[in-house]
Design a protein around this ligand. Structure first.
Ligand SMILES: [Zn+2]
Ligand SMILES: [Zn+2]
Length: 283
């Protein structure tokens, strides 16, 4: 069954994320392991990570995939060397935090090439990933996220993600996270039956659908191909409710987890999660 959840806050205390997830009916969830707009690395004590694990057990999330979203500050193809080094260091720290907490997946936007070009960007991202994994071998699986292609963001074509993955020296540590709003904004027409079929066929051909364990389920405020990254609640954007029915009912995605990252707060999460659960098969 397609598992449904959302992004939740870790405010006050990271172990509170479980209660927040449960309060909106989330079966799986995503967190930032620290303030995503701050460079300074947070370290959790062993008491804190033990508590996180025991609350996970107590609230029934032990077998559910938990996801971290990497900081927006990290740019694995930053064109200024100082920023690139800082990004790599922060990424290694993020991998270690995920492992300490026992998280299953770490989602990261590939990077923005800025003043250089796409090929340089993709090769630098692969260099960064290789460098980081030479330094630290993580247990958490790293998922490169599809992007809307705003500015010089890479990852708005599946070909780009595939190219990066052909260059990594530890491919078994990687997978893909598809964001429905982003791929639609990037020009993949998930709102049509044929567009969805074509997208799924290409994603399967390039990566294998079992290497896409996490889907960000967001509707899109902007139309197909707009290259604009603005999320809308399910059914309130250009993708529409039918698109999400198709996704959660897709037979080949029944092992996947769907994470909502929509505006509207906890009430909207609860409402959208309930709708998606109703639409999926096997309930
Ligand atoms: Zn993201
Ligand atoms: Zn987005």
């Amino acid at each position: 069954m397609f598992q449904i959840g959302c992004h939740v806050s870790i405010a006050d205390h990271i172990a509170k994320s479980f209660e927040r997830a449960r309060s909106v009916g989330a079966e799986v969830f995503q967190i930032f392991t620290q303030n995503q707009r701050q460079w300074k690395a947070v370290r959790y004590s062993s008491e804190q990570s033990d508590e996180f694990r025991s609350v996970r057990q107590a609230l029934g999330f032990i077998d559910k995939p938990l996801v971290s979203h990497a900081s927006y500050l990290i740019n694995l193809c930053a064109w200024e060397d100082e920023k690139l080094q800082r990004s790599r260091t922060a990424f290694i720290q993020e991998l270690k935090r995920c492992d300490q907490l026992g998280l299953n997946y770490l989602v990261i936007h590939p990077g923005s090439y800025g003043e250089n070009d796409e090929t340089w960007g993709m090769e630098t991202i692969a260099d960064s990933l290789n460098h980081c994994l030479d330094e630290y071998v993580p247990r958490v699986k790293i998922l490169l996220e599809t992007t809307a292609g705003q500015g010089t963001n890479l990852g708005y074509k599946l070909d780009q993600l595939r190219y990066i993955l052909t260059l990594v020296t530890h491919p078994q540590h990687f997978g893909i996270c598809v964001d429905t709003c982003h791929v639609f904004a990037a020009g993949y027409d998930l709102a049509s039956t044929q567009g969805w079929r074509d997208f799924l066929a290409q994603a399967d051909d390039f990566f294998g659908l079992d290497h896409i364990p996490v889907w960000h389920l967001n509707d899109s405020l902007h139309p197909l191909g707009s290259r604009k990254d603005r999320h809308a609640p399910i059914g309130e954007g250009y993708l529409g409710a039918d698109t999400f029915k198709r996704i959660v009912r897709e037979a080949r995605l029944q092992e996947a987890a769907g994470i909502l990252e929509i505006p509207g707060g906890m009430e909207k999460f609860a409402e959208n999660i309930a709708a998606l659960k109703k639409w999926r098969i096997g309930d």
